[in-house]
Ligand binder design. Structure first.
Ligand code: ASP
Ligand code: MG
Length: 406
């Protein structure tokens, strides 16, 4: 029988303690028994990475990035060794390998390195010897032997990149939920698991606040067309397939709804309506190293207009300082900020061909007396910035309006 390669990735919650590591080992062995070559990528145990990060910040407000990667990469070395031991304990041959041992070569961008090349030699040799290969996720090595990490959630990227290098038949992402849901089940308990979603939709949902997979890993999967199966490590249920094209269905107008409370809003009042002013404002903000999301500028009837924009909450104080400085220079009015906002978005590739989706969204919010403060659209999404206090109600009403629960 022809053997094919399966890549499985297990997230931190799937290996949070010894019992779970043993359960994962049993699942791995069951896959192996289906005549597969198996490469397993593993994250650090439970919240290890967060704990390591917290240790560093107890020592320094601004820990050196090289040392940070030395530290943060250790979590995965622990989990891959323990998992390989658990597999061997059950009588199957396994070997754990770190990113550098596998030959995952990256650039020098510590804490968010990009993979440049991966050698498949060491893995193929081990597979040829009948071993299950357990790879430490989230890490690589530069050409001058420095250890790097691939950004938080980077084990997903390790898995996708290995699936591409090894031409794997399947890439399964095991997590603690059953797959991707149409919306957050903590807000809408009856939210349904999505069976199939496109890379494009998944990327949009991730950038708008859905937290299931690392966005970079989805970009790579899209680029090389590697279908991903996101599923639970605690059940046998099929999860969500993320694919290039959903062949079976007509494009769905709204596939999912996201809610993101991580942004804050800044308004510069009474900005003089002159050429070049917006350029001045946003050049100043970007010099502060802040990236801006939605921007709204009104038409002016009085030679003055308000400009509002959103930034990540963590960048608010930096952004506010530079907005105030520039406001003074251009002789604008007051600068105000608001932290209690939420971005509610609907996402679906069928939006391109369906009409009236925006109207329906605004109706649902209006029916619930929710005021819209800003609106932003992309080809496959519509976002409204609203008061954070109405966020849950907004999600529930949109879920009902677009009949995602049926
Ligand atoms: N352990 C790393 C993190 O928590 C990488 C991962 O889990 O994918 O970000
Ligand atoms: Mg983790």
């Amino acid at each position: 029988m022809k053997r094919y390669i399966v890549v499985q990735k297990y997230g931190g919650s799937s290996v949070a303690n010894i019992d779970r590591i043993k359960a994962v080992a049993r699942r791995i062995i069951a896959t192996k028994n289906n005549h597969n070559h198996l490469v397993v990528v593993v994250s650090a145990l439970g919240d290890t990475t967060d704990e390591l990060e917290a240790l560093a910040y107890k020592i320094s407000k601004d820990p050196p990035e090289r040392e940070m990667d030395m530290l943060m990469s250790t979590g995965e070395q622990i989990s891959c060794a323990l998992l390989a031991m658990a597999i061997k304990e059950r009588g199957y041959d396994a070997i754990s390998l770190t990113g550098p041992q596998v030959g995952i070569k990256t650039d020098r961008m510590y804490t968010k390195a990009r993979i440049e090349t991966i050698s498949d030699r060491r893995i193929r040799k081990a597979l040829g010897e009948g071993k299950i290969v357990v790879v430490a996720g989230y890490q690589g090595v530069t050409c001058d032997n420095e250890i790097t990490t691939l950004g938080r959630g980077g084990s997903d990227l390790t898995a996708v990149a290995l699936a591409q290098t090894l031409k794997a038949k399947v890439c399964e992402i095991y997590t603690d939920v059953e797959g991707i849901y149409a919306t957050d089940p903590r807000i809408v308990p009856q939210a349904k698991k999505i069976k199939i979603i496109t890379f494009e939709e998944m990327l949009e949902m991730a950038s708008l606040g859905a937290q299931v997979m690392q966005a970079r890993s989805i970009e790579v999967a899209k680029k090389f067309d590697i279908p991903l199966h996101v599923r639970s490590s605690f059940s046998k249920e099929e999860g969500t397939m993320i694919v290039q094209k959903d062949e079976k269905l007509e494009d769905v107008a709204v596939r999912g709804i996201t809610c993101n409370k991580s942004e804050a809003k800044i308004t510069i009042c009474a900005v003089p309506d002159q050429t070049g002013i917006a350029a001045k404002i946003f050049t100043e903000i970007s010099r502060a190293g802040v990236s801006v999301d939605t921007i709204v500028q009104n038409v002016s009837h009085t030679k003055h207009t308000d400009i509002s924009f959103t930034v990540s909450k963590s960048d608010l104080s930096k952004a506010l300082a530079s907005a105030k400085a520039v406001a003074q220079r251009i002789k604008a009015g007051e600068v105000i900020s608001e932290k209690k906002i939420a971005r509610i978005s609907i996402v679906g590739s069928g939006m391109r061909s369906h009409h009236g989706i925006a109207a329906k969204m605004f109706q649902a919010l209006a029916e619930n007396k929710i005021n819209i403060e800003m609106i932003a659209t992309s080809e496959i999404s519509i976002s409204c910035i609203i008061n954070q206090r109405h966020a849950e109600k907004a999600v529930r009403s949109l879920h009902q309006k677009f009949e995602l629960g049926v």
